[in-house]
Write a protein that binds this ligand. Sequence first.
Ligand code: SF4
Length: 284
Amino acid sequence: MKITILEPRGYCAGVNQAIEMALTARKNHPLLMVNVLGMLVHNSYVIAFLKQHDIGLIKNIHEAPNGSAIIFTAHGHENKDEQIAKEKNLVIYDAICPLVKKNLATIAKEKENHHQVIYIGYPSHPETLAAISSNTNVYLYSIGQTFDYNVISDASPLIINQTTLNILSLENIHQDIKNHLPKARLQDEICRATRNRQEALLQLEEDVDAIIVVGSEKSSNAKRLYEIAQSVHPQVDAFLIESATELPKEILKTKRHIVISSSASAPLSLIEEISNELVNLKQL
Ligand code: SF4
């Protein structure tokens, strides 16, 4: 059995930065309760790691005790949460990924210039919620749904997107927008960490008979990799798993060549553990 681990692997820069910031918040405020509003990044290993460092997770800003420390996630946060955090006198740490922050700044600039913005994303993803809450001129193009072009009065709106989309889906959506709004300004904001991982899967040329995507079902990044593995390599068995215990060993032990792809929030140690399990499988 041959095992190939695709690059890139391990945390992206945004995830590394978010984890560092959470640890800094903990270190700076040893006497305060420190919580993250939502999942710092979408991976349960990271959440467990933070818990070991006494960094909690709350789902609603109202759960944070007055005067405690709050960490906003790598995906961005809604404006209302920041207002409430200030009212509750919380110590704020903002772990937003610099690329997500840059997109929010671009959207704000469009408002100053009186332009409308079409934001392409998943409606319940925190990055999308942060973007559409940032500006009244932003209209959501929900993935998988038909966009109502009647709401757009601007001949050349800015088109921007969630950073972790499927690169093939985004091409199709851009084409749809060009058909309706030929002067729209298309801006592709899929981040490099996402793009490079998807391209590595798209470019697989070798004879492969199983693809394992390491990542959480909650991770947009991981789900898009799984989507690409299934749609571009339909003849290959693909699995999305978050831990080595989820490996479908009975199926995998018959395979000749297994490829491991991994999301930007999957730790290197987990990828190594899964790879070692596969090596052991080979020796059974
Ligand atoms: S996946 Fe991309 S957007 Fe998300 S944290 Fe990493 S670098 Fe930033």
